[in-house]
Structures are given as C-alpha cells and as structure tokens.
Design a protein around this ligand. Structure first.
Ligand code: GDD
Length: 521
C-alpha cells in the first residue's frame, strides 16, 4: 500500500469513528444540569489565566465546573485543589496530518477541532451543562460549535470577549484579505446571539454593541488580579531568587557578589537589629532584606505574539546602556543602576527575539543591561512580579479595545509599569499615577533613566509604586480618582480583586440558580 493511500485510510477511519460518536451522543438528550458550567478555550488551558480564574470562581460558588482545552503547561494548585473542577483535554491535531499540503491542513484541522470539541461537549461531560462559557478568540470553529451544541442540548452560552479573532488574523494577512473578511463574518454571525456577553473593556462592549448588534445580557468584566497576588515580602523574594539560582547562573559575573543561600543577586540575610522596619525581624536573627547594590529588576510578561513588538524594548535598553556608560564616565556620582530585564512567558516569537537581545548585547558590549526569558510556575510568577522594581508592557491591541492582562497582574503585585500607548490603555494605566505611558523606544529609555535615577531610592519609582501599595485592594486607592464618564457606570474606575469583581458582575447574571450570599443581594 502506498503512503498516500495509508494516509487516506487513516483520515477516513478517524473521521468515521468521530462521526459515529458524535451522532450517537447527539441522539442522547438529557436536560441541562443546573449549577454546572463548561468553560471552553481552544488553547493551552494553563496559559489562559482569565478562563482559569472564571473556573475557580464558578467552582467556589458550587458549580460543577468543566474546563475544556488543550493540555500544556502545568496548572496551578489553586485550581487543581478545588473540588468540583474537572479538566477535559481536547486531543491535538495529529502530527502525521500536519505534513500534508497547507491547502488540506487548514480545513482538516477545522474539521478535526469541530469533531473533537463537539464530542467532548456532548459525550465526555457527565451531564449537559447549564452554561457553556466560551473564550473568544479563537472564534473559528469554537463559536459555531458552542452555538450548535447549545441549540441541541439547551445549555445557555456566555461569550467571554477577550479580543476580536479577525483583528488578530488581520495583523498577519492584512485587513482586506478574503480570509479576514470570512473570519469577521463568522465572528459576527456566531457571536451575535448568546445568553450573556462579557467584555474585557467598556470600549469593546461599545464597539460590539454598535457593530455586531449583540443580543443577550452584556457586562464589562475588567481583568483583575486574584486575591493571592500581592507585593512580595523579602522572605518570599529571597526564597524565589534561591529557587532561580540555576536560571541566573549564566549571569553571575554581571551580578554583585552572591553566596547562596546567605545572599542572592537581589537579597541577603541581615542581622535583624540592623534592619529598619522589617516586620518579620526578630532581634539577633538573620532575616532577608533587599541589598542596596542590587541591579534594578524589570519584568515584562508576554505570549510572544505578533501584537507585541519587543524591538522597542531592545532599542530602549540599548539607549539606556549608552547613557549608563556615559554617566559612569562623566558623572560617577549620578551613576545609573544595572538592569536585569526578565521577560516571562512562552510563545512563537520568543527564540527569535531572545537571539536579537543576545546579539545586541555582544556587539554593543553591554555592561549595564542583561535580558533573560523565563517561564515560571503560577505561584513563582506572582512572587517575581511582587519582587520587581518596574513592569514593562508592550501590548498593543489588535482590535484597539482589549487591555493587557500582564499590567493587571503587575498592579496586583504593587508593581508600577511603563506601558506602550494604544487606544483605551487609559482604562487601566493612568499616566504619572500608576505608571508612565510611552510611544517610542527613545521615550521608554528616557523614562527608564528618570525612574531609575537614584535607584534603589528613586523618588519617581516610589511615587508610582505608592499608588499601588495601598493593597491592590478591595477599595480604590486614594490616588485614583474615578474616571467620570457619567453615562456609562462601567467606566468608573474601581480596583478590586478578581473574586470581588466576578461576584459583582457575573454572579448576578447567573443568580437564578447560584446561591447569593446575603452581602451579595
Ligand atoms: N504561570 C505563568 N504565567 C505567565 C508567565 N508569563 C506570562 N504569563 C501569563 O501570560 C499572561 C500574558 O499573556 P498575554 O497573551 O501577553 O496576555 P495580555 O496581552 O496581557 O492579555 C490578553 O489576554 C487576556 C486574557 O486572556 C485578555 O483578557 C486581554 O484582553 C488580552 O487579550 C500573563 O497575564 C500571565 O497570566 C509565566 O512565566 N508563568
């Protein structure tokens, strides 16, 4: 038998098997089970923080909660330890089929996803869920599958609009490409009607109401950090930097002298009596504290996708390096600090960009700046943000109406940011209050210079951080005046935790069956 007839036979077998299963399960009807929800994300579950937060909130409110998506990075224990959560993985597209010509792979992949998702939603759950919450994007084929399953099984659909799928495709193909037009039609057609729609910004809600004529309940659910996010204590930071020893080992010559476990590049044990204002200090015991000779720790977090241009960061660090070298030679008393730039996250463009960072560092003989990419566990990710001095966001929205989750994470950890400007950024970053907004590499480099002058006792850095240190809080920090857009109350600036925000916005939508605590009524 030739290899092409083997492939044909394999495809036919897989498809027939799946069709039989799907038809069999579709014929079996059982009414939706109240207080149950299936969360659908056609992506790596562990890299879909917002859907994981939704799952935790549903489960905490006693919903039987299924998360459907791809297996990938390790899920946080805060999620796995909850009762009533089941993770259902969708199989990935068989690799042997990926070798077929592109013209065949695209449609085959969509057919495969339709079958796999339909099969999971209709056969692998113990009961038909009362709600199906679907993340958009990706839109194709998820929105159509969820729509069809809900029609057949009677589940109510909640679309969680993170962004617009067709706008992401347009980044790659251009806005006028026929595939972009088809994707827009698809998103509009299958995204219009739902039991409820949630949006990450008011701007997205307004746009979709106007352009898509949405039907169903509609609420803005801004991203907010979970309650566990906080400014790290010196103890937590010290332990984290010890844990990251191997990651940091190639940079030892760049760091101040370090002797683990008594010191790390950023912290060291000190006699409690010599430390000022450390609440955990017990006289005469050695306690971790930040060392004054540490490099400034800058963090950016990303999925390394096309909508984030890391060459802006690269250019700005290169400019900073030049200024730092110049200052060290001309005015050593005003020396700028060294920078360790950590970029967390996984994604398609990581290797190419990190290569560029490495090359530039070598060619320009950097002395003041180093860059390191990392992937951390969820627990260590928030401790790193809570230990850092400044966050950097290069998020630009493909649709112009979504906001960077990473900045929300950073604010939750008391970390001010320098953020690249784009429409609707001001729903989150208040220039000069909780961060600084830049539009070019030159501007970012100038901001780094101002923010880090006098480090670790920089006045500007302290001023920006102080607006967030009032505990990433249950109440709006005093420095944050509400944004007065009176006709739309959802535009009023409030800073709460994810949990509080979710109970305020989502719980009332599903309240007929959810038990509301007295204080939520
Ligand atoms: N555990 C872990 N998570 C990480 C790490 N690095 C990044 N992340 C996760 O990856 C997110 C950043 O990924 P992006 O894809 O860059 O997200 P974004 O642009 O900031 O936000 C987008 O996604 C949100 C949620 O899906 C949307 O709500 C938002 O509007 C926007 O579209 C972070 O918020 C964090 O949850 C890491 O080392 N470890």
């Amino acid at each position: 038998m030739t290899s092409s007839s083997t492939t044909r036979l394999a495809i036919t077998l897989v498809l027939s098997y799946a069709v039989v299963y799907v038809v069999k399960s579709l014929l079996k009807r059982d009414p939706p089970r109240s207080r149950s929800v299936a969360l659908v994300v056609l992506g790596d579950i562990g890299r879909s923080p917002r859907m994981m937060y939704h799952a935790q909130s549903f489960a905490k409110h006693e919903f039987e909660t299924y998360i459907i998506g791809y297996a990938g990075v390790k899920l946080p224990t805060s999620l796995l330890s909850l009762p009533r959560i089941s993770i259902l993985h969708i199989g990935t597209f068989p690799t042997f089929l990926s070798k077929l010509p592109f013209i065949l792979v695209g449609p085959l992949k969509v057919i495969y996803q339709v079958l796999a998702l339909t099969y999971t939603l209709t056969s692998k759950l113990q009961h038909t869920p009362e709600y199906i919450m679907v993340q958009n994007p990706p839109s194709i084929p998820t929105l159509a599958v969820v729509w069809a399953v809900s029609k057949w099984k009677g589940s109510k659909v909640i679309i969680d609009w993170h962004n617009l799928g067709y706008s992401i495709l347009a980044l790659k193909l251009g806005p006028k490409h026929p595939l972009v037009r088809i994707a827009e039609w698809f998103e509009r057609k299958f995204g219009r009607k739902a039991f409820a729609h949630l949006f990450v910004t008011s701007a997205m809600k307004n746009l979709l109401e106007r352009e898509f004529h949405l039907q169903g309940k509609r609420e803005v659910l801004h991203d907010r950090p979970p309650e566990s996010f906080h400014r790290s204590s010196a103890f937590e930071s010290h332990q984290l930097f010890i844990d990251l020893r191997d990651d940091f080992s190639p940079l030892f010559s760049f760091f101040p002298k370090t002797e683990y476990p008594a010191s790390t590049p950023f912290t060291r044990l000190e006699r409690a009596s010599s430390m000022y204002g450390t609440p955990q200090a017990i006289p005469d015991q050695e306690t971790p504290a930040y060392r004054p000779d540490r490099p400034a720790l800058l963090v950016s977090s990303t999925s390394w996708t096309a909508d984030e241009d890391f060459s802006i960061l690269l250019d700005s660090l290169s400019l900073y390096e030049k200024k730092a070298q110049h200052k060290a030679a001309s005015t050593p008393e005003n020396k700028l600090p060294k920078i360790l730039m950590v970029i967390t996250g996984k994604g398609p463009e990581r290797d190419a960009y990190m290569k560029q960072f490495g090359q530039r560092q070598k060619v320009e003989k950097w002395e003041y700046v180093r860059c390191k990419s990392m992937w951390l566990s969820s627990e260590n990710y928030s401790i790193l943000l809570g230990s850092a001095d400044l966050g950097i966001s290069l998020h630009t929205s493909s649709s112009g109406v979504d906001l960077p989750m990473k900045v929300v994470d950073m604010f939750g950890c008391g970390l001010p940011v320098c953020a690249l400007d784009f429409p609707c950024l001001d729903e989150l970053v208040k220039d000069g209050v909780n961060g600084l907004v830049f539009r070019s590499a030159e501007q970012l480099s100038a901001q780094l210079e101002s923010v880090l002058s006098g480090f670790p006792n920089s006045k500007l850095l302290r001023h920006l951080a102080s607006s967030l240190h009032q505990e990433s809080a249950k109440t709006p920090p005093a420095h944050y005046p509400p944004t007065h857009v009176e006709e739309d109350p959802s535009n009023i600036w409030t800073w709460t935790s994810w949990e509080v925000n979710w109970e305020r916005v989502v719980l009332p939508l599903i309240a007929t069956h959810a038990v509301l605590r007295e204080d939520q009524l």
